[in-house]
Design a protein around this ligand. Structure first.
Ligand SMILES: *[C@@H]1O[C@H](CO)[C@@H](O)[C@H](O)[C@H]1NC(C)=O
Ligand SMILES: *[C@@H]1O[C@H](CO)[C@@H](O)[C@H](O)[C@H]1NC(C)=O
Ligand SMILES: *[C@@H]1O[C@H](CO)[C@@H](O)[C@H](O)[C@H]1NC(C)=O
Ligand SMILES: *[C@@H]1O[C@H](CO)[C@@H](O)[C@H](O)[C@H]1NC(C)=O
Length: 960
């Protein structure tokens, strides 16, 4: 340890000082003049000494001795360390350099260079000489055809054609065959590694909940390189993530930016969190804070300690900042004094306190802060803190209400307003998320602010974080800004603007070649490089028709106005009709095909010349470019109609742990979620009471119209008691008599056998025993919410056991079904339908651990295997917010199914198949529900233009 070698030179004022070795009794007897003369000599001696010290700086260190004690009895060595710390405290980090590096600091010797030929490249910045105003509007951005050369972990060349002879002879050549190439996706909000999947208590390290204020803890201390989800995330093209502590604490701790390359299989030499650091030199530090609901809920204890309110949270923040400010001041004073009087004259050591060290670094401008805040009061209070304590905030996370208050964000300390790290359309899950808009990204962007799309993995599967950006584009954010929202924008906010997010020489070689435009439905990487090293040895590549990149659709940039209720309207330009069983889905001359709607009903599809002539003069004609006419969608398995805000008891029907109840008895209509559902073409929903929480069921489901104002509206309920629901996921294990899955299976079998055997008269036909009699005589479906293939096997045996007694088949439905594909053949043979919820499981819980996450890691997902086996499958909702996405989810199956399903069959996954599975064919009281779209509902650019809900309930949207 060559400490002396790094000593700063003694300051000039130090020479008034007597060297310590000249202290002695003698000085008391000195006369004044002698004292002065001695002082002058001492000064000279000291200067000589100091110079000798500097000259000898490179000589080997000598071990400390008693002589290295100052006049105040302090260790010189430690004081020198303190002085070195002063210079660290004064450092102002800059974004680390990109261009000019010979090698990426993460590069490991022995990795061959790579030449990617014939890619369609998104550079990430506009053409040269584009003005900032034009660039903001997207001018100058385009996909270009280019070759890309990666060497030493860097992008070395991006040119229209790179001759193989001009690069290293050992270069690996990858032919991109014209496919899209982007920089690696950056997810600025992840808990990968600290909240490993499948979740286990033993691996849960998201929040240090011992205290509300823990700026001193570090996510890196809990990152598990072995978290399989880190690989799954990478398979979605995500190469870099900011791993944040959770949002339970007002001050959650330090965060770290990692790359998703782990250990030898990914080309690294070590399996360690340090090896995953995106910037091994750690130029910037990162921190997470949170405000609002979470901290007061997690910590507040009445009469003992806060915070129990937002008021208390602000005090917790301010109190902590006060401590750190005090420490910073003491340190600054000490350092200034050490400079002024010479470090060996100071009377104490540099004040240091590990508790406030990181927060002090924030106040010193060395930390990029990311704060979870949703609501206007939270945003405003936090901006107030930035100004009171003078620190910079890089981004508000979740930030659902930022779009309402751009001016508050612009008041932030430092003059650089924070970005908003958002979900595209995940909302309503708690009070803070009830006021939110899918147009938030567009509105923020229009106000000169920065939207960034994030996963909050495992809240969303970060594998698909680029889908959030795609939906942001669908909801009005310009195409280039949507791509920026997961590449250049987070790179800039994280301090990696010169290294990540662009395909330019000097940037890190984190590159993705996609099978289709990354903002298209179902886009998947065909290969991912991190620091120039290909990450997948045998990537599965889906068979997809080649598609050129999306041409940005300006029409999407308009916010859809509130719909208008009309009874008569004509849509022209209908290119596809995918309605009911009408065999008209062949593309034909759309210019001549119209849909005429009169009194809310379709009266003609086709040229309809006579109908158009006879329509009233005032009948609006809406001209579509690429119109689609489809059946309306059905939402199944959610809490729609039984809940407004997931986490708010007063807005919810409630849990049904010990009781079996009817969804119809709890119906709440005309709420925000249902209005959104209707406007997105989901006119019907089938919901059952929940068992414990979301995605659990207990009771009978009710089929109802999302557009109904009250349960007494005619046809508001189109099917009472659709199925009898039970839940056999982990939540089935309760202390109340079913402590285990085996007990839960046993209890259900017992009930069914009792129902089969009992011949007593049941006077109340709305009770569980009555419904179970219908289950065992095959007239009411038994819907089991279950993920584990083993539990599904147990349910199939249970079914057989009961049928052996009754000799009547039970109509069994599986909801959830993450592992159902493992028993696809058995399910098909038993005539069991499967409603996948979620469509694409990512093994959040142990009972989903064998879920297939799709290309490039797995060949297809559960839906593909089920379809191949002949199982009737459908898409359910495990959370209500997905109601906007049903068409897109069906689109993913369509796009990624390798031709397994037609467009019509894909749409059946969110419509007809549900009715087939549930045996509701006979209850077609709800015919005449349709949706008119501009563009395909299966694609990102498709938009609802009209919804016909039967009986004159027609909504349409002006525009185009
Ligand atoms: C690039 O790939 C496209 C698509 O496969 C192909 O049509 C084209 O000929 C290729 N260009 C070159 C220069 O190889
Ligand atoms: C990494 O491992 C390779 C192969 O074992 C070796 O050649 C190289 O020197 C190692 N690099 C570092 C930095 O350890
Ligand atoms: C009901 O079942 C019991 C026992 O199997 C039998 O003795 C009785 O006659 C049955 N009653 C009717 C009404 O079928
Ligand atoms: C099935 O059971 C229910 C309830 O006991 C009964 O009302 C219904 O008639 C039965 N249906 C058939 C087909 O057995």
């Amino acid at each position: 340890m060559d400490e002396k070698g790094s000593l700063p030179p003694y300051s000039a004022v130090a020479d008034v000082q007597r060297p310590p070795w000249r202290r002695g009794r003698m000085q008391h007897r000195m006369r004044r003049w002698r004292a002065l003369r001695f002082l002058a000599i001492a000064c000279l001696a000291f200067i000589a000494f100091a110079q000798w010290k500097q000259l000898s700086a490179s000589s080997p260190p000598t071990p400390p001795s008693d002589a290295d004690i100052t006049v105040h009895g302090l260790s010189t060595k430690r004081l020198q360390e303190d002085l070195a710390t002063c210079s660290k405290l004064r450092q102002k980090p800059q974004d680390p350099a990109g261009l000019g590096r010979d090698k990426n600091a993460r590069y490991l010797d022995g990795h061959a260079p790579t030449l990617i030929k014939n890619a369609t490249v998104w550079v990430g910045e506009p053409a040269k000489d584009t003005s900032p105003e034009d660039a903001r509007k997207g001018k100058g951005f385009s996909w270009i055809t280019a070759d890309v050369y990666l060497e030493f972990g860097l992008i070395k060349r991006v040119e229209s054609s790179i001759a193989q002879s001009s690069v290293s002879s050992n270069a690996i050549v990858f032919n991109a065959k014209g496919r899209p190439l982007t920089a690696g996706i950056i997810d600025m909000h992840s808990h990968a590694g600290v909240n490993s999947l499948p979740e286990l208590d033993g691996n849960e390290d998201t929040n240090e909940v011992s205290s509300d204020i823990t700026p001193y803890v570090r996510s890196i201390d809990g990152i598990q390189p072995g978290d399989h989800q880190i690989q799954v995330i990478k398979s979605g093209g995500v190469t870099t993530s900011l791993v944040l502590p959770g949002s339970g604490n007002n001050m959650g701790g330090e965060a770290f930016v990692i790359k998703h390359a782990v250990g030898r299989p990914d080309g690294r030499n070590e399996t360690s969190a340090v090896d995953m650091l995106a910037d091994p030199d750690r130029n910037w530090r990162f921190m997470k804070m949170a405000c609002g609901e979470n901290p007061k809920r997690v910590y507040g204890k009445v009469g003992e300690h806060g915070p129990t309110s937002r008021l208390g949270e602000s005090w917790e923040f301010r109190h902590a900042f006060e401590q750190a400010t005090a420490l910073v001041r003491e340190q600054n004073d000490w350092c200034a004094n050490a400079d002024a009087v010479g470090v060996e004259n100071v009377k104490g050591y540099l004040p240091q306190e590990i508790r406030w060290e990181s927060l002090g670094a924030l106040l010193r401008g060395q930390v990029h802060l990311n704060t979870h805040c949703y609501t206007i009061p939270d945003l405003e209070a936090f901006i107030d803190h930035t100004n009171e304590f003078k620190f910079v905030l890089r981004a508000f996370h979740h930030a659902h209400q930022t779009y309402l208050v751009p001016e508050i964000l612009k008041r932030a300390y430092g003059g650089d307003p924070p970005a908003s790290a958002l979900f595209a359309d995940n909302m309503w899950y708690k009070a803070e998320a009830y006021v939110a808009s899918e147009y938030a990204g567009k509105i923020l962007y229009d106000n000169g602010l920065t939207p960034i799309y994030v996963s909050d993995n495992p809240v969303l599967n970060a594998q698909h974080v680029v889908f959030e950006a795609a939906k942001a584009y669908k909801y009005g954010l310009p195409y280039h800004a949507a791509l920026a929202s997961v590449t250049t924008a987070p790179a800039e906010r994280l301090g990696f603007s010169k290294r990540l997010g662009k395909i330019k020489p000097g940037f890190d070689a984190d590159v993705v070649v996609w099978d289709s435009d990354p903002l298209s439905v179902g886009a998947a990487p065909v290969q991912v490089w991190i620091d120039g090293t290909a990450q997948f040895e045998d990537p599965v590549e889906l068979s997809k028709p080649a598609a050129s990149p999306i041409v940005p659709d300006q029409n999407l940039s308009e916010i859809v106005e509130e719909p208008v209720l009309l009874s008569d309207v004509i849509f022209s330009g209908i290119s596809k009709v995918l309605l009911g069983d009408t065999a008209q889905d062949q593309t034909s001359d759309s210019t001549t095909r119209s849909v005429v709607i009169s009194k809310g009903k379709i009266t003609c599809i086709g040229p309809c010349a006579a109908e158009i002539r006879s329509a009233g003069k005032n009948t609006p004609i809406i001209k579509l470019q690429n119109g689609y006419l489809t059946d309306a969608f059905t939402a199944f398995g959610a809490t729609l109609g039984l809940n407004d805000i997931d986490a708010e008891k007063t807005t919810d029907n409630g849990a049904n742990i010990n009781v079996f109840s009817r969804g119809e008895d709890g119906l709440v209509l005309d709420g925000k979620k249902l209005r959104v559902a209707y406007q997105y073409g989901v006119t019907k929903a089938i919901s059952s009471p929940k068992f414990t929480g979301q995605a659990t069921h207990h009771g009978t489901s009710v089929g109802f119209l999302t557009g109904a104002a009250s349960a007494l509206d005619p046809n508001a309920v189109f099917a009472s008691d659709v199925a009898a629901h039970y839940t056999l996921t982990q939540s089935a294990k309760r202390a109340d008599g079913t402590p285990s899955l085996s007990a839960a299976i046993g209890a259900l079998r017992h009930k069914l056998l009792e129902a089969a055997a009992s011949n007593t008269t049941i006077t109340d036909p709305y009770t569980e025993p009555f419904f179970l009699r219908k289950v065992v005589n095959g007239t009411l479906p038994l819907a089991i919410t279950v993920h584990s293939a083993d539990t599904i096997a147990a349910v199939l045996k249970l079914k057989a056991a009961v049928e052996a007694v009754t000799d009547t088949p039970i109509r069994l439905v599986i909801i959830g079904g993450a592992e159902s594909y493992l028993l696809a053949d058995e399910l098909a043979a038993a005539g069991v339908g499967v409603v996948l919820a979620p469509l694409q499981s990512y093994a959040v819980s142990w009972d989903q651990q064998r879920a297939l996450t799709g290309a490039p890691l797995t060949n297809g997902t559960a839906i593909d295997r089920l379809v191949d086996a002949g199982v009737v499958a459908a898409i359910g909702l495990e959370e209500d917010w997905l109601v906007r996405d049903l068409g897109l989810l069906a689109g993913i199956v369509y796009r990624n199914g390798g031709g397994r399903l037609s467009e019509r069959e894909a749409l059946g996954l969110v419509g007809g198949n549900l009715y087939r599975i549930l045996g509701l064919d006979g209850e077609k009281k709800v015919e005449g529900h349709f949706v008119v779209w501009e563009g395909s509902p299966l694609e990102i650019g498709g938009r609802v233009k009209g919804v016909g809900g039967g009986g004159g309930l027609l909504v349409f949207f002006e525009g185009v």
